[in-house]
Design a protein around this ligand. Structure first.
Ligand code: ADP
Ligand code: YYY
Length: 226
């Protein structure tokens, strides 16, 4: 039987463009592992908040960056995230963590630590992996076989996000989302950016199944060309 070589897929883009839903579905469909790098930054932020680290003090964050043990489960059917053995999948999605994650993830020591975890997970995924985040194509896995950069209008993204957070005001969600994009795009260390060789897909007017099909066919094209 012919074996299919492991494929590494990097999916980046701002909040609400469909990275997590698309990456999980593509990985499940193609039998690949899946890594949500945003969950890792949220997990380290949750730990900082829980341990009384001053989020306004980058030196304090840098000093503590090596302390928490963050473990990601990469099965796309049931991704997991633990900190020092505690399941934090729920607590990392609170408004408090969301409002603080950009400040924590801007600290170079935090990025170095999490980037190392990401590279080691990608290297050990024998069947290949889909890794989604903000700097995967530019910094974490610059040699990925396929890089996709998802975009969508602020209106579409805010409508999607406020649909998730029951009862959330679309305008307030839009503002919080744009504020986080601006912080993530303007930080010095590996900001949110499209890699030069990434394929850009605007998802504003596409359904989720259409985006998934588009990325699956991009992966299949890459595989066929190898
Ligand atoms: N193309 C799409 N059309 C409509 N809704 C979408 C689309 N892609 C994703 N969504 C929905 O938008 C929300 C945010 O998607 P998610 O995958 O979490 O985005 P990201 O990981 O980029 O923040 C989810 O509720 C998801 O189901
Ligand atoms: N590769 C990554 C992934 C996420 N981050 C940071 C910046 C993001 O605002 C936060 C949270 O990412 P996450 O993907 O969970 O955010 P959303 O699902 O888009 O709300 O983490 C990062 O700096 N680098």
């Amino acid at each position: 039987m012919e074996s299919v070589p492991a494929v590494i897929v990097a999916i980046d883009g701002p909040s609400g463009t469909g990275k997590s839903s698309t990456s999980k579905a593509v990985a499940a469909q193609l039998g690949l592992s899946y890594l949500d790098t945003g969950a890792q930054y949220r997990a380290i932020t949750w730990w900082m908040v829980n341990n009384g680290i001053d989020i306004a003090d980058p030196a304090a964050i840098a000093d503590a960056a090596g302390k928490p043990d963050i473990v990601s489960g990469t099965d796309p059917a049931a991704p997991t995230i633990t900190v020092d053995g505690t399941d934090v999948a729920g607590p990392i999605r609170t408004q408090e963590v969301t409002s603080k994650v950009s400040a924590v993830s801007a600290v170079p020591e935090v990025r170095a630590r999490i980037t190392e975890l990401q590279r080691s997970l990608a290297a050990s995924a024998a069947g290949g992996i889909v890794v989604e985040g903000r700097d995967i194509g530019t910094t974490v896995l610059p040699d990925a076989d396929l890089k996709v950069f998802l975009t969508a209008s602020a209106e579409a993204r805010a409508a999607r996000r406020s649909g998730e957070l029951k009862g959330a005001d679309v305008q307030a969600t839009r503002e919080a989302l744009l504020k986080r994009d601006a912080a993530d795009s303007s930080r010095k260390t590996s900001p949110l950016a499209k890699a030069d060789d990434a394929v850009e897909v605007d998802t504003s007017d596409l359904t989720l199944p259409q985006v998934i099909a588009c990325v699956v066919s991009l992966v299949e094209e890459k595989r066929a060309a190898r």
